[in-house]
Write a protein that binds this ligand. Structure first.
Ligand code: TMP
Length: 199
């Protein structure tokens, strides 16, 4: 079973992943992430830092996804593991739709066709939503902001996420990221456990 966690920068995903590791340790999920589960992820981070061409950047994220599927996700699913990924294809659909918008029309269609029919659809996606001002406050202490971490970008990225969720309400679960951390973690861990046990 494949679970993904999505949301804009500053929504609290990293804290949540740490909480889920502790809360679900008895069922031994495989925790993974995009970008960064393979060496291609290092190149992606370099691309982000250097603000390379948006098409090159988008394709690096896709390359990371392909390697992630081949090396981590498909083997784990073949062993019937529970896989929980911090970011996945919806990050491309939400973020690269923004970075590619100035370059050509219909970037979402392009991104979807680049993923073609080789990607694996998540069974459930938790989308953490947060007012942009609160997300930026949380990012304030962080060194070296990435080019995505600007109010106007994050605003559009979150809109894109919400549109994706509206299109696919059976897969997406929206979670208010302003709730107490522990409450968020308890709710998501409980929901994942129910889904896992219902298989
Ligand atoms: P992280 O902060 O979750 O490690 O992700 C790094 C940045 O990369 C974050 O700003 C979101 C962005 N990103 C994309 O733009 N597209 C993608 O496909 C992924 C996985 C991340």
């Amino acid at each position: 079973m494949l679970i993904t966690i999505e949301g804009i920068d500053g929504c609290g995903k990293s804290t949540l992943m740490g909480g889920l590791e502790a809360a679900l340790s008895d069922i031994n999920p495989l925790f993974t992430r995009e970008p960064g589960a393979t060496w291609i992820g290092d190149q992606v981070r370099r691309g982000i830092a250097e603000e390379i061409d948006p098409i090159a950047e988008a394709l690096l994220f896709v390359a990371d996804h392909a390697a992630h599927l081949a090396e981590v996700i498909r083997p784990a699913l073949a062993e019937h593991r529970l896989v929980i990924s911090d970011r996945y294809s919806d990050s491309r659909y939400a973020y690269q739709q923004v970075t590619l918008a100035p370059l050509f029309p219909e970037p979402l269609l392009w991104l979807r066709s680049v993923h073609g029919n080789w990607t694996v659809r998540p069974d459930r996606t938790y989308l953490l939503t947060i007012p942009i001002a609160d997300a930026l406050d949380r990012l304030d202490g962080k060194d070296g902001r990435e080019h995505f971490e600007r109010a106007e970008v994050l605003e559009q990225v979150q809109k894109n996420y919400l549109a994706l969720a509206e299109e696919d309400p059976q897969r997406f679960v929206l979670v208010d990221a302003l709730q107490e951390r522990e409450k968020i973690c308890t709710f998501i861990a409980g929901d994942i456990r129910n889904l896992w046990q219902s298989l």
